[in-house]
Design a protein. Structure first.
Lengths: 119, 132
């Protein structure tokens, strides 16, 4: 959809303003550090593959193997406790707080949930 | 020589940034309010809320969703949903909602591209999971 110029400009400025906050800057740095770390990326990739495998099994109505489930939870814990991933996720929580405030401001003026309709 | 501090000098960069974001978000919302898509959504939302058939069916569906009560009068939830979707007032409202969604999603895309991180999905308030 082509947006009216004024909306396009203000939306860009808002995005830029958010980008310049320390929360977003720190998050982007932390996300890059996690991406650049082979251990962190391998762990996340392994978790995703296992998750997709379990989800496929469930969708097809098959019983989930207990040992695979245990492996999944252990792996998830390993991912969560990886220092770079944990740091990235902590920064993301801070980003969500400021994004939530901005989204709430839009929603309160409009009277409809902007973020729900936009996702 | 006396230093003169403007009020803006006393505000930290973080506060200024937050203030600026709040101002821009408010400005954006006001612009969105003026769009044809949003005006139409509001107009049709008012109309659909006044429609007795729509209200009745939505209430019946909500009752089913909040607590299983079997097939009330032998009508399933799917059948109630189908009846709702066949009502012209509801169909028109859904179309307007889709147009507003398209607009909001385009706006979200612009914000997200400039911010270098998805905006709306990270701005959604997360519930406590308690159903309250």
């Amino acid at each position: 959809m082509i947006l009216p110029d004024e909306i396009q400009q203000v939306a860009q400025k808002l995005g830029q303003g958010l980008h310049e906050t320390s929360e977003v800057t720190s998050y982007l740095q932390a996300a890059q550090a996690a991406r650049d770390n082979p251990d962190a990326t391998a762990l996340e990739e392994k978790l995703l593959i296992l998750y997709q495998h379990l989800a496929d099994l469930e969708r097809s109505g098959q019983d989930l193997d207990q040992s695979e489930l245990t492996e999944y939870y252990q792996l998830r814990e390993q991912v969560r406790s990886h220092p770079l991933i944990a740091t990235r996720d902590e920064h993301l929580q801070m980003v969500k707080l400021i994004f939530s405030d901005a989204g709430q401001m839009i929603t309160s003026v409009l009277g409809v949930d902007f973020t729900a309709l936009a996702t | 020589m006396v230093d003169i501090h403007l009020a803006s000098d006393l505000i930290s960069p973080v506060e200024r940034s937050a203030e600026n974001i709040g101002t821009l978000a408010g400005q954006l919302a006001k612009l969105l309010q003026q769009t044809a898509e949003f005006q139409e959504l509001m107009r049709l939302a008012r109309l659909v809320n006044l429609d007795p058939d729509v209200s009745r069916l939505i209430q019946q569906i909500r009752r089913r969703e909040s607590a299983y009560s079997g097939n009330e009068n032998g009508i399933s939830t799917e059948e109630l949903q189908k009846q709702l979707e066949e009502l012209p007032a509801y169909q028109t409202y859904v179309k307007a909602e889709k147009a507003a969604r398209d607009l909001f999603q385009s706006v979200d895309q612009v914000i997200s591209t400039s911010a270098c991180i998805d905006f709306a999905s990270n701005a959604r308030r997360q519930g406590c999971g308690c159903g309250g």
